[in-house]
Design a protein. Structure first.
Ligand SMILES: [Cu+2]
Length: 494
């Protein structure tokens, strides 16, 4: 008798997959034969798209204020343009930008456009025809790529592949019609590692000609980037692969990042573009939730728009978020990677959390002038104390805030939402209505709510009384922040 061939589950699944696969192939072939218009998510087919790309439909140049609400580039600017025979004409000049200031205390010799780092934002509207001249004043050839924009292949700006490099002194002309809307970028596509590490990039915002949803009242755009600038030097190091130490929003770090200002109830759009060399940035906004409405690939259909408070902006991509500013206050916007909200000096310290280092710095400074160890209770106070730092470098963290020093630097800024403002000048710090700020709990509160405090002694570095030893090599300007209420002091060992 012929042995019965057992059909295992695996065999069965594989066999079924083969049959299903063949059916799928047949179906695909038949679909291709019928030239079904279903190979693009928007229902158009490739052939139609190619035709569209070669027959541009120019529309009259759109006007700011009338056809769109202009984008705001905090700490940056928008590239001026003029209309010549129905074409919007722009001129970018790639050049060295000496002494670009990341924040007071740190300048570096960067590369940028039209005297600024990063380049000014190019802004246009779907249907506009644009002609962009690029003059190269750099000491090296370059080429400019228009990231995510549909254009003829020869306008794509890839040195060697789609065009000759733009030699120093030469001016190239790029010209195309904008067939889409969204958040895009431009950047060097020649010796990319070096030229982008030095800052050769900018934003390219295309507004919709006929938006399906209401226009945003406030439309902000940020380029996220990262740099390696060794403290005391002034030239970003393009060879760095992992250990970046300056993380920027529009080439600035907090406290030099300009706040975004909005009136209560306004529709706000924020566009993030990430051209960091190696790092993705999860951008977190406090106080509201938002919808992610677009990428550099275009508008996200409403049914697929996620509600978030953090959006990951990976390298080489853009994310557009929309929300209504419905809560007054000063709301942080920052990268949620904690090392990306530290400035230069926050890296590569030995871990001394919980270590009593009394006297250590003093002894070591006999041999290493200016030596300083990490704080024994963390880094929170170190920016404020003005640690001795090399010339042309930034302290580890932050800047002054209305209640205390803000312990975040780098990719950090604020969204200031206000009722009753008449302009968008920085309104200063938010004035909180009485009773709406967290503060030390009173004994009455604790008693009423039956809060039992620990009775064991809790001597920790952060609660230990200040010693006469100066912190960070300088006498403290004021005693370190200790818990102020009676309850805590009752539990302190003195
Ligand atoms: Cu980040």
């Amino acid at each position: 008798m012929k042995p019965f061939k057992k059909i295992s589950r695996r065999n069965f699944v594989a066999g079924a997959a083969t049959i299903a696969g063949s059916a799928a192939v047949l179906h695909r072939l038949s679909a291709q034969v019928q030239n079904a218009a279903s190979d693009q998510p928007d229902g158009t087919n490739v052939a139609a798209k190619v035709e569209k790309a070669s027959t541009p439909q120019n529309l009259p140049p759109a006007e700011p204020g009338k056809d769109y609400n202009p984008v705001i580039t905090p700490n940056g600017s928008t590239l001026p343009w003029k209309v010549v025979d129905g074409v919007k004409v722009y001129h970018l000049i790639a050049q060295q930008v000496p002494n670009h200031e990341f924040a007071p205390g740190l300048v570096a010799n960067c590369w940028g456009f039209n005297g600024q780092v990063h380049g000014p934002t190019i802004e246009a509207v779907e249907g506009d025809r644009v002609r962009i001249y690029v003059t190269n004043q750099l000491p090296a050839p370059t080429a400019i790529h228009w990231h995510g924009i549909f254009l003829p292949n020869g306008m794509d700006g890839v040195s060697g592949l789609t065009q000759k490099p733009i030699d120093p002194g030469d001016t190239f002309k790029y010209e195309f019609t904008l067939k889409q809307h969204g958040t895009h970028m431009y950047h060097s596509h020649h010796d990319e590692m070096t030229q982008m590490a030095l800052g050769l990039m900018g934003l390219f915002v295309i507004h919709p000609r006929n938006p399906k949803s209401p226009r945003p009242d406030r439309d902000f755009a940020f380029m996220l980037s990262e740099w390696k600038i060794i403290p005391g030097t002034s030239r970003p190091d393009p060879n760095e692969m992992t250990d970046f130490n300056v993380f920027t929003l529009n080439a600035k770090v907090f406290p030099a990042t300009a706040p975004m200002v909005a009136k209560l109830g306004q529709r706000v759009r924020i566009r993030y573009c990430n051209l960091s060399a190696m790092d993705h940035h999860p951008m977190h906004l406090h106080g509201v939730n938002f919808k992610v409405t677009g990428t550099d690939g275009g508008q996200i259909p409403e049914s697929a728009q996620q509600v978030e408070t953090t959006v990951l902006v990976q390298v080489g991509s853009t994310r557009t978020i929309d929300f209504v500013a419905d809560a007054p206050g000063d709301w942080p916007l920052h990268c949620h990677m904690t090392h990306h909200t530290m400035n230069q000096m926050g890296h590569n310290f030995p871990n001394l959390i919980g270590v009593d280092k009394t006297g250590l710095d003093k002894k070591l400074r006999r041999f290493i002038p200016g030596y300083m160890t990490m704080g024994e209770a963390g880094m929170g106070d170190m920016g404020e104390m003005g640690m001795p730092a090399p010339k042309n470098s930034l302290p580890m963290v932050g800047g002054p805030g209305p209640f205390a020093y803000i312990g975040m630097g780098g990719m950090f800024t604020t969204l200031k939402v206000r009722e009753g403002i008449t302009d968008y000048e920085d309104p200063g710090w938010y004035k909180h209505p009485p009773g709406t700020v967290a503060d030390v709990a009173s004994d009455d509160d604790l008693k009423r709510d039956g809060i039992q405090l620990p009775t064991d002694s809790r001597e920790t570095a952060s609660l230990r009384p200040v010693s006469s030893e100066p912190w960070c090599g300088i006498p403290p300007a004021k005693p370190p922040t200790l818990a102020r209420n009676e309850v805590t002091s009752r539990n302190m060992v003195r």
